[in-house]
Design a protein around this ligand. Sequence first.
Ligand SMILES: O=C(O)c1cc(=O)[nH]c(=O)n1[C@@H]1O[C@H](COP(=O)(O)O)[C@@H](O)[C@H]1O
Length: 273
Amino acid sequence: MNKEQLFQQIREKKSFLCVGLDTDIQKIPRFLLDTTDAIFAFNKEIVDATHDLAVAYKPNLAFYESLGVNGWNSLEKTVNYIRYNYPDLFIIADAKRGDIGNTSSLYARAFFDSMDFDAVTVAPYMGEDSVKPFLTYVDRWVILLALTSNKGADDFQYMSEDGERLFERVLKYSSEWGDEENMMYVVGATRAETLSDIRKIVPDHFLLVPGVGAQGGSLAEVARYGMNKQCGLLVNSSRQIIYASSGEDFAAKARSAAQEVQTEMAGLLDQYL
Ligand SMILES: O=C(O)c1cc(=O)[nH]c(=O)n1[C@@H]1O[C@H](COP(=O)(O)O)[C@@H](O)[C@H]1O
């Protein structure tokens, strides 16, 4: 999916919601454990219940890899299910990869050839040759970690040299490696106040913004400081939506939680676009 198509989806659905499929076998409703693939069964119900309210889904690989080969199968089935039933949705592999060049090319092949993801999250620490192999695919995206939502972001990301903070340097250097048609950046919603500085460096790129909901970030603040002419935001919420209930009504409750976020997003799109 390219940038214009993504913006088109945002306009049509009046939503820039990304639902995080952080599907934890220990948190999903107990009755699902009787099915042959409980993780896939859960994801299928969540996607069916929320697909018209969201523009993107983001399975976090840790939740699948921790289950070994079964988890990997559930992940593939989830991606194929979304692709086949809802082809207009944007699918992000939250894998946080990046390695020496030839290894990164195989990671890229894993997510873009073997599996049909639109985008993969990548860590910038190993530099240009670790990121570029992901950028050789047409209409596929690298989402580079810039300023993360967790407390540990303070350890390195704000380190400053000549008045420039590390995350700003990451944005400046890396925006030369690709362009706004194949790169996005992760910026935590808990760092919303920094979004205006970030927008000075990457005014047109899409940003993936996790950290609303369970981590306490404010959607209104994210939109206020981060939205651009083409929205430019995918705001992720995982636990707040997918674990809205642990009972038989989990999918309906997930829909209500997603609906609440989408309604706020529709208002913000009206306000800023
Ligand atoms: O890359 C990410 O998606 C990510 C980056 C970041 O800075 N903070 C962050 O929370 N995430 C991911 O976003 C999701 C947030 O989940 P909730 O806090 O449950 O909404 C998890 O899958 C995290 O791994």
